[in-house]
Design a protein around this ligand. Structure first.
Ligand SMILES: [Zn+2]
Length: 432
């Protein structure tokens, strides 16, 4: 295929995919409930947590005792009865919000079954390899955990359908916006940026001691004028990303600083006496640090993604972690940093949490701008020479050496491979 043909087919696909396509976006704002409202919000979370756990119990029992699997439809059909039986508890809450909670449980189960399937496949693969290698020890396949009951303090959000038990009143020039939730009341919300699109769902969320409202909207994509440029993007640990144009974006310095501070706070927290006021205080400070680094990182991701989407029509990325992408479709906002920070993995957790989020943001921005993101097979993108395809050696982290073409920057070579693979279409040039 000639370069021109590829370009034309990409353009056609871009317009076809963009026309009339709805794009979902999530806007997260801090909410300031009054004391009584906060009490009712806590009760809302508890009641939904009870519903979630009861529904989970039903699925467990049905499976254990009768080997029957109970689905979302079965459970949703029982809601009316449950509400009638408990007018002062479950009966007070929004019916559609309760359906959303049951859907969340359903999603958890579907993810669980998917993991079970993947593990089965993995086991078979390992068994095969084991047989081939004649008894050479391979690592145990990981165990898949059955969905668990949620304790009250971990059940931290309820999703409402806008216009049905929840309403959004934007700030409209004034300082405060308001979000109204059934059984909670009208909450003051600090709307620090405009909300674009039709409001579909409203989530009331607790994070530590703070409350947030997440407004999820839908809007038609607004395509940017074509720039005529395409690019391959390589993400990494040492550098945040490298493009096939040779542009390098380093990891922002605030990550290093944050890492040092968080590690130190963790050490101090561990040393503090269990249950002491000092330990509680340190945990609050630690939570605050995490919140700060998450915000800075998100901001950095938004800016970086914005610049890429503005510049290029087609962006090629390695196809890692597709699961994270599907999560963004329902408008969920990144969740991390609660328990991930074990000392050894601290650096990784700060950086790793970044890529998935960055990809989600990039894909979302590309969608609403009518740009295209292509995912390519990631195998050996850094080790195969982009020019001649020969496997190279890697004497240093940043350098590869091709027997035909000589020394090259490893990340740049990776980015160029990614661009090439995207241009050739799926299936080609994937044989590694
Ligand atoms: Zn070469």
């Amino acid at each position: 295929m000639s370069e021109a043909t590829i370009r034309r087919s990409i353009d056609e696909q871009t317009t076809r995919r963009t026309k009339g396509r709805a794009v979902r976006r999530a806007f997260k704002f801090r909410a300031y409930p009054t004391r009584p409202q906060e009490g009712r919000a806590v009760r809302l979370l508890r009641d939904h947590c009870d519903l979630y756990n009861a529904a989970l119990q039903e699925r467990r029992d049905a499976w254990r005792m009768r080997k029957v699997s109970v689905g979302y439809g079965d459970q949703s059909a029982q809601l009316r009865e449950i509400r009638e039986a408990d007018p002062d508890g479950q009966g007070r809450h929004s019916f559609t919000a309760q359906q959303q909670t049951l859907r969340r449980l359903d999603a958890t189960f579907r993810a669980f079954f998917k993991r079970v399937k993947a593990t089965e496949k993995d086991k078979q693969r390992r068994a095969k390899r084991q047989a081939n290698k004649d008894g050479k020890a391979t690592k145990q396949a990981r165990k898949v955990g059955y969905p668990r009951f949620k304790p009250y303090q971990r059940f931290d959000q309820v999703i409402f359908v806008a216009g049905d038990g929840a309403r959004w009143n934007p700030a409209d020039g004034g300082r405060w916006a308001h979000a109204t939730f059934q059984a909670v009341g009208q909450l003051k919300v600090n709307q620090h940026r405009p909300v674009q699109g039709r409001v579909k769902t409203l989530q009331l969320k607790r994070e530590y001691r703070r409350w947030y409202v997440i407004v999820v909207t839908e809007a038609e994509a607004e395509p940017l004028p074509p720039s005529g440029r395409t690019v391959g993007v390589d993400v990494g640990v040492a550098r945040f990303l490298t493009t096939s144009d040779g542009e390098v974006i380093a990891n922002p310095r605030f990550l290093d600083a944050a890492q040092a501070r968080i590690a130190q706070l963790q050490r101090r927290t561990e040393r503090a006496r269990l249950g002491s006021g000092n330990r509680k205080r340190l945990r609050r400070v630690l939570a605050k640090q995490w919140r700060k680094v998450r915000n800075q990182r998100r901001d950095f991701h938004h800016k970086t993604a914005r610049a890429l989407v503005d510049t290029y029509d087609v962006l090629a990325l390695e196809g890692l972690n597709l699961d994270n992408l599907t999560a963004s479709a329902s408008g969920s906002v990144e969740e991390s940093g609660r328990n991930v920070a074990q000392k050894a993995g601290l650096n990784r957790s700060i950086l790793d949490a970044g890529w998935g989020q960055f990809t989600r943001i990039l894909v979302a921005k590309a969608e609403s701008a009518g740009r295209r993101v292509v995912r390519v097979n990631p195998s050996y993108t850094s080790l195969d020479c982009h020019a001649c395809g020969t496997r190279c050696s890697r004497p240093r982290q940043h350098t590869i050496v091709c027997p035909n073409c000589g020394e090259q920057d490893a990340d740049l070579n990776g980015a160029r491979n990614i661009a090439t693979r995207a241009g050739l279409g799926s299936g080609q040039a994937l044989v590694a």
